[in-house]
Write a protein that binds this ligand. Structure first.
Ligand code: ADP
Ligand code: LRH
Length: 478
């Protein structure tokens, strides 16, 4: 490890940050130089991302990064970008974004599922792409577009990279979430473009993590206060790919939970699992850094809780998260549960009531109280994780001895303990900023400041991070 300073732009569905990562023999030290909220907005008759505002925040962050680095006498070696997957912006021949990108939480893609499946049998889709069925996969979103003539689709991180460098590319880990990517070949599934009447150059050519999009446009570099020629390097631009790259596993038999707005629960494999059983269990084979396969399922996630918090705030009640979780931890085990991955919870609308209605449908009753609702969410997530890990072991023929939880949700002590209990496996929690770490390490390797495959990169992380361990508690009284 030789050292260097890298800027990671990491935007999740609930917040974004620009982080400086200093790589040295002692590990990676992260310094957050800018943080901003994110969320879907009602705009032009749909749920969208305010991309112009996000890009302005990225820019503010890069300027802050340039200033911090300059004060320390450091030079930022490169910039890497990751965001949530699936969504895209449409850009015309002049490079103008024609509309603010739709969010995957917009309901419009639901009606496009049947017409797409009429042309492409879902079994055939899975055989090639290995992608889990989610009503908002890019392939269904694209089927709702009226007119793609003369337009190119850029996935969100690629769109940011395009505005910074003027270069149009599609990073492969994120391409693997479109439904138009061949999981075995690692290339676009061109026959699906043809079947759906999409131009084969609808997306720009693929680029791999570690490759360079290009250098900052001169006016961008000048406005950000960064040196001319600063490269923008492709990382695992799918946030989950970067997070998984930074799971501090020291052994092979691990499962991971990337815990944020979503919980992404699964295994790292060398080869995709494309069986009928895997399709029925709706496991995905998304592409990871270094051509690995992220064999996982999307499980509800902390969206359920953050949406409840938003509703409660609208009613004038602002419970602090730590206090709420502590009170929920004091409730007894065995309370009501919901199926956290029910598509019923995807849209943003009165989440507490929807959760109570889902519990009612199971014949149980959930009190209209934030603490009870919080506990129900945590119990439901933990059960969902346990079910998913057991299924992954069976479908992939692999045993899991330890469960790593990374991301914002790794700070949730209650959820970590319930996960250990439900899975019967020790849980290792942290790092919180795994995604940014994965982003930085892929840049560091591209710059020659770190070497080796994922195990070596993971050792660099483990060396510099404090992790918390939760042992499973047997709650059954004998
Ligand atoms: P995303 O990348 O999807 O935006 P993050 O990885 O940033 O999500 O995780 C955000 C989630 O982390 C929040 O919804 C919240 O539930 C959880 N979280 C953040 N801070 C804490 C904390 N101090 N204690 C427990 N949970 C936390
Ligand atoms: C997590 C995530 C997840 C996708 C979803 C759209 O942020 O990228 O991996 O399924 O957002």
């Amino acid at each position: 490890v030789d050292g260097g300073v890298f800027a990671a732009v990491d935007i999740g569905a609930s917040s974004g940050r620009v982080i400086l990562g200093r790589v040295s023999r002692n590990g990676v030290a992260l310094e957050t130089v800018h943080r901003f909220p994110n969320g879907v907005v009602e705009l032009d008759g749909g749920l969208r991302w305010d991309f112009d505002a996000l890009y302005a925040e990225v820019f503010t962050g890069l300027r802050a990064a340039a200033t911090v680095a300059a004060v320390q006498g450091e030079t930022i070696a490169s910039i890497g970008i990751d965001t949530w997957a699936v969504d895209y912006g449409l850009v015309d021949a002049d490079g103008r974004l024609v509309a603010q990108p739709y969010s995957y939480r917009d309901d419009r893609s639901r009606a496009a599922v049947a017409p797409v499946h009429a042309r492409l049998d879902p079994a055939r889709l899975y055989q090639t792409t290995g992608l889990q069925f989610l009503q908002f996969n890019t392939i269904y979103q694209l089927a709702t577009e009226q007119d793609l003539d003369g337009l190119q689709a850029l996935l969100i991180p690629d769109l940011i990279a395009f505005l910074l460098t003027g270069k149009r590319r599609t990073e492969a880990t994120n391409a693997s979430t479109t439904g138009l990517f061949d999981a075995v070949a690692g290339e676009w599934a061109t026959e699906f473009f043809t079947a759906l009447g999409l131009r084969k150059d609808l997306f720009p050519p693929l680029i791999q993590p570690g490759d360079t999009y290009g250098v900052l446009l001169p006016d961008v570099a000048a406005a950000a206060g960064l040196p001319a020629g600063t490269p923008v390097v492709a990382v695992g631009s799918h946030d989950t790919a970067s997070a998984v790259a930074a799971v501090p596993a020291t052994e092979d038999a691990f499962a991971y939970i990337s815990s944020g707005t979503w919980s992404l629960v699964g295994l790292e494999l060398k080869h995709p699992v494309l069986t009928q059983a895997s399709r029925e269990a709706n496991f995905t084979n998304e592409r990871g850094v270094d051509g690995t396969i992220r064999y996982l399922r999307n499980v509800g996630g902390l969206w359920l809780l953050s949406e409840c918090q938003r509703t409660w705030a609208g009613e004038g009640f602002h419970p602090e998260l730590p206090a709420l979780l502590e009170a929920a931890a004091a409730l007894p085990a065995g309370g009501p549960q919901i199926n956290a991955d029910d598509p019923y919870f995807i849209a943003p609308d009165n989440m507490p009531e929807r959760i109570r209605a889902a519990v009612r449908r199971t014949g149980d009753v959930l009190p209209d109280h934030p603490v009870a609702i919080t506990r129900c969410i945590m119990d439901s997530l933990a059960s969902g994780y346990a079910r998913t890990i057991t299924a992954a072991e069976r479908l992939a023929g692999r045993a899991v001895e330890v469960v790593h939880v990374v991301g914002g949700g790794s700070q949730n002590t209650l959820l970590c303990q319930l996960t250990a209990n439900a899975t019967g496996r020790p849980v290792v929690a942290g790092p919180v900023e795994a995604t940014a770490l994965g982003n930085v390490l892929v840049q560091a390797r591209a710059a020659g400041a770190a070497a080796g495959g994922l195990p070596e990169l993971r050792r660099i992380i483990t060396a510099g991070t404090t992790l918390r361990r939760f042992e499973p508690l047997d709650l059954i009284v004998h």
